[in-house]
Design a protein around this ligand. Structure first.
Ligand SMILES: [Zn+2]
Ligand SMILES: [Zn+2]
Length: 866
């Protein structure tokens, strides 16, 4: 008898070690098949990690979600691509080199080896045959190749520009890498502005398309799309030239009616208010300001002070909140529409790199302009009247509305704001002093880094020929191995003569190599195309393979990449499309951003000392428990508050599953239930019969089968959409509880052995995406053939899943009185009869008239009683 048999203890270490060895010996297990396999393809991708040397709990969660999905899709009969790689360039390797005197390459590769062991220990189903390591020449040569193709297309250029400089990193940061004025890697280090010659990718050439295509990304979270829309920041408006009134002839233009034709181009989204412009305001670094201050040292001094304040505000990251501080230049500009003279001011809040670096100030209809004009005594004028004068506050200024008509605007009086915008644009464009204009907040992508551990930029500076491309046949430009890393400014590559000094490919004369390396976001912009053809040494990848695998069906990663990586990746895909390499315009069909893992209310971080090591958890509870908990503790899109008690609880649950299978599973001879996979990859229907009740099913058999089919249905539905894996796992727990509660009946033989066996096999199948080690072990013990993750996913039978009885609420005159139980599928008449027969209902309607009975089948009964 089972209760006399000594029960085997659940020993995750032993089970997981056994299966890990088997899986590692079988690399084809998780490999994708070719396009001719006849199955539908499914590309599931999790963001690749930076090889710091240690997986953290955020990784475990991210990869447990993707791994569950990959395993599920295999079981659904798809040809699954589930690769992994390493985002392996970047500064930490150089810092580590300084600290430990280990070369960056050595340090990085050792970390990769360590993390790969962790991945394997966790039982992640990655296809390592397509592994991509971005710091190795077989990958980064294609970064260089892309750089050259983009250079040829005019999508790469060099210019001197103000750059964000992190003194700690001793390198340039992209705007996206500056967070609240500080470095994204060094939260406490203020970013400075410096002037440097830099390489840029012309991402702005795709600004409109990047914006428009967001509308097609229905499988992306709204939050991510909104963040991208704001980052691209499209504004429609008008550029208008005010003319600089001549005071002193600077010899800078043609004198005409006392006005030098020097123009100050302003950008405005509200040209309809231009008759209310009472000053023109320039960014402190605007070229016209240079001109106006040339013979006025006092003014120059004040402007310099503004430049300084603006710089500080920028470094502090509060550009948007710069206070309303300005200087009157004493000069005037002429409004091109009515010839009015308005004073020219220099204002701290006007930024040179937004729009034209000059604005018109309309204090009557703009909050900020109103504040500024009030502070400095500049005229405030109404030029818009509300359509409905009775509106509250209509008589006050500033009046912020686009729903009005023009007043005090000469011949344009009476036009609506929208009409006036159109009309005034036409007039400007005909008169040659302006035009309709769309501007973007998105800036070109600065990719130059003065660092060692990145992709060398494949360009050469020749004294005769200027900038010369490295010829394709000389790629890759290899990073020199022997190099001294220091924290001093400038690129470390500049101090390696063998690297720097080259022959010019054009004239053969002595020339210098570019010593900047590329931003590591270049590496991650296209790595997922390399996975599908990782060994290709003729091209970045084969276009036919890309046509099969792309777009990625599901991409999973943290929301912190919503604007950096995910915009660059979209840009790169569009560039590759225009190079004729691919036909898709977007890389990712569905994007999922998982929540953070927190502990004690904060994100896990070394500084806080609240880090939980995955290795510790795996050693204590096993990989299955660690993974299962990371999916069970919260829905994937929410933050997960790590509780070790919870991991222990999940571990006890798996032990119960183990004992259940041990007690009831092994006594059964192999049951002829192995299911065939149909040709098209869809699950075959033959397995339904194996889950049917026997001829004279006992109530307990029916009950357990019902629970099983309900659980299958729930988890299947969740995988298709909501991904509430926490409730999926809770449903499996309920199913296990019912099986356990029926222990005595199962032992007494109330359920035929083959049916019990089938219930346990399906339990193993349901667990397979979440706890792959235990599932594989149970599968083998239950006589399942082949790898469980290639077995068909179970199919729920809706009839067997249906409850015998359902509960129906009964209302009298809209008030809930009671709930009655009726057999599932009851018709209107019998539901009505059941409701009227109920005791509580009887007592309420006694002596009254039932005017009406409304039955919503399966849902509710409403009685109207007088
Ligand atoms: Zn930094
Ligand atoms: Zn040359």
């Amino acid at each position: 008898m089972a209760d006399e048999k000594e029960q085997l203890r659940y020993d995750p270490a032993a089970i997981e070690s056994k299966w890990r060895q088997r899986w590692e010996a079988d690399p084809a297990l998780y490999a994708a098949e070719g396009p001719d396999c006849g199955k539908p393809k499914y590309y599931v991708l999790e963001m690749l990690p930076y090889p710091s040397g240690q997986l953290h709990m955020g990784h475990v969660r991210n990869y447990s979600i993707g791994d569950a999905l990959a395993r599920y899709m295999w079981m659904r009969g798809y040809n699954v691509m589930h690769p992994m790689g390493w985002d392996a360039f970047g500064l930490p390797a150089e810092n580590a080199a300084l600290k430990n005197n280990t070369p960056p390459r050595e340090w990085t590769l050792a970390n990769i080896a360590a993390m790969k062991r962790q991945f394997n220990r966790l039982g992640m189903a990655f296809d390592w045959s397509t592994e991509v390591t971005t710091c190795l020449p077989d990958y980064y040569r294609w970064n260089q190749w892309f750089f050259l193709r983009m250079y040829e297309k005019g999508l790469v250029y060099r210019k001197k520009s103000k750059v964000n400089w992190c003194p700690e990193c001793a390198t340039v940061l992209a705007n996206e890498q500056v967070i609240d004025g500080c470095c994204w890697r060094h939260e406490d280090t203020k970013v400075e502005l410096r002037d440097l010659e830099q390489w840029f990718f012309r991402i702005t050439a795709y600004a409109q398309e990047l914006l428009d295509d967001l509308a097609k990304l229905n499988g992306w979270p709204d939050k991510v799309r909104t963040m991208q829309r704001n980052w691209i920041g499209r504004s429609e408006g008008t550029e208008v030239d005010f003319f600089l009134e001549e005071k002193v002839d600077q010899g800078t233009g043609n004198r005409e009616q006392g006005i030098v034709k020097l123009r100050i181009r302003v950008f405005t989204t509200r040209v309809d208010t231009i008759f209310g412009a009472t000053s023109v305001q320039l960014a402190p670094e605007h070229p016209v300001v240079m001109l106006l201050t040339a013979d006025n040292p006092e003014l120059r001094l004040e402007v310099d002070r503004l430049i300084d304040e603006q710089k500080k505000a920028r470094e502090a990251g509060d550009v948007g909140a710069i206070d309303k501080h300005g200087v009157d230049t004493g000069h005037f500009a002429i409004n091109p529409y009515n010839g009015e003279r308005v004073p020219i001011w220099v204002a701290k809040y006007v930024l040179l790199d937004y729009g034209t670096g000059a604005i018109m100030s309309v204090p009557g209809h703009d909050e900020r302009d109103f504040e500024f004009a009030t502070k400095y005594g500049i005229a405030i004028r109404r030029v818009i009247a509300p359509v409905d004068a009775a509106v509250e506050g209509a008589d006050k200024l500033p009046l912020i509305t686009e729903d009005g008509v023009l007043v005090n605007s000469g011949e344009y009086d009476g036009l609506t704001c929208a009409e006036a915008q159109k009309k005034l644009q036409e007039v400007a464009s005909r008169g040659g002093f302006g035009e309709a204009k769309v501007i973007f907040r998105l800036k070109d992508w600065g990719v130059s880094r003065q660092r060692y551990w990145g992709t060398p930029i494949p360009m050469i500076n020749c004294p005769n020929d200027g900038l010369v491309q490295v010829p394709d046949e000389q790629l890759p430009v290899l990073l020199p191995e022997k190099i001294e890393i220091t924290q001093q400014g400038g690129s470390p590559l500049g101090r390696v003569p063998e690297f720097v000094n080259v022959k010019c490919p054009k004239c053969g004369g002595p020339a210098r190599r570019e010593t900047d390396t590329m931003d590591t976001f270049v590496d991650s912009s296209w790595y997922f195309y390399r996975y599908i053809d990782a060994k290709n040494d003729k091209a970045p990848f084969d276009s036919a393979k890309a046509a099969y695998w792309f777009p990625i069906d599901q991409y999973i990663g943290g929301v912190e990449h919503a604007i950096l990586h995910l915009i660059y990746s979209r840009f790169w895909t569009k560039v590759m499309r225009d190079l004729g390499m691919i036909t898709n315009s977007e890389p990712v069909e569905r994007q999922f951003s998982q929540g953070m893992v927190i502990k004690d209310g904060f994100k896990m971080s070394k500084n806080r000392g609240n880090v939980v090591s995955p290795d510790d958890m795996v050693a204590r509870y096993g990989a299955d428990s660690t993974r299962l908990y990371s999916l069970f503790a919260a829905p994937p899109d929410r933050d997960l508050d790590w509780q070790e008690d919870g991991v222990a609880g999940v571990s006890r649950f798996l032990a119960r599953v183990w004992r259940l299978a041990d007690a009831h599973g092994t006594s059964v001879d192999s049951h002829p239930s192995s299911t065939e996979r149909s040709k098209d990859g869809a699950p075959s229907s033959s397995q339904i019969e194996t889950s049917s009740p026997s001829g004279n099913a006992s109530p307990i058999e029916k009950k357990l089968l019902r629970k099983m089919h309900q659980t299958i249905a729930k988890i299947t539905k969740d995988f298709e959409g909501r991904w509430h894996f926490n409730t999926c796992i809770a449903a499996i727990m309920e199913y296990v509880n019912e099986l356990q509660a029926a222990d005595a009946q199962l032992k007494a033989g109330d359920v035929p052995a083959p049916v019990v066996h089938e219930m346990l096999r399906n339990l193993a199948l349901l667990l397979a995406p979440f706890a792959p080690y235990l599932a594989a072990e149970l599968w083998e013990q239950l006589g399942g053939d082949g790898a469980i993750n290639r077995h068909s996913w179970p199919v729920s039978d809706p009839e067997l899943a249906q409850e015998d009885e359902i509960e129906i609420p009964v209302q009298i005159n809209g008030k809930l009185i009671t709930v009655v139980k009726v057999p599932a599928g009851s018709d209107v008449k019998s539901i009505e009869a059941a409701a009227l027969a109920d005791e509580k209902v009887q007592s309420r309607i006694a002596g009254k008239t039932v005017v009406k009975v409304i039955v919503v089948p399966g849902r509710a009964v409403n009685l109207v009683v007088k």
